[in-house]
Design a protein around this ligand. Sequence first.
Ligand code: DC
Length: 227
Amino acid sequence: MADCRSRPLIVAIDGPAGSGKGTVAVALARCLGFSYIETGSFFRTLAWRALDIRCALQDGLGLAAIVESVWFRQERHKVPIQALREERIGLAASEIGKISEVRAAFTIFQRQEVLQLRVPGVVIEGRDIGTALFPDADCKIFLTASVEARAKRRFLELQTKEREIAYAKVLEDLSQRDQNDKERVLSPLCPDTTYQILDTSKLSIEEATQAAERIVRKCLTDLRGRK
Ligand code: DC
């Protein structure tokens, strides 16, 4: 799949919280032999660090300075995954995702991360990968599901981790995050016509992955046909 371009093939998977995009993106990367990048973890790590060092979540310049810091480049992987998965961190990540300085700093950081990879392809998931980060991505999928289906999945996931949490609270937090992500002025969560939409409300994770794989394989075949 190697070609003369200076970047790997890019598969962009965007969608709201709980749409299954993380699981589907990991499975896709594995079956295609591509690398995987989860951009939500960048926003979550920044939110975690800001709360840890008491940087205000409205302080755009302070937050951008964290993204540009040595800590972010070298130490960020040390934050425990469980801490990043907490819903309060998800909400904080969604808040800072509205800030222009944060999005500008991450755009530079994440593009560099991808462009320096020496791999045939990369599956990147987030909210605005195919609209803002890589509008020229080779394949774009928008994974979605009803808010109730997504809240149910998240609720079951949290329950298996033996955390006490009410379904109503999970639904409320997800709806709040949807509103933040869709209504923000900068790079809102909104697919344009270049995306293929995949509604996973009634699909199992295996079915969703298979459907996504079919879409990507067709995109890559079409791409080869155009060369
Ligand atoms: O994908 P996730 O649920 O882990 O993302 C957490 C939050 O980070 C999400 O609600 C909004 C923000 N985010 C963003 O603004 N842009 C991205 N590309 C990824 C995440």
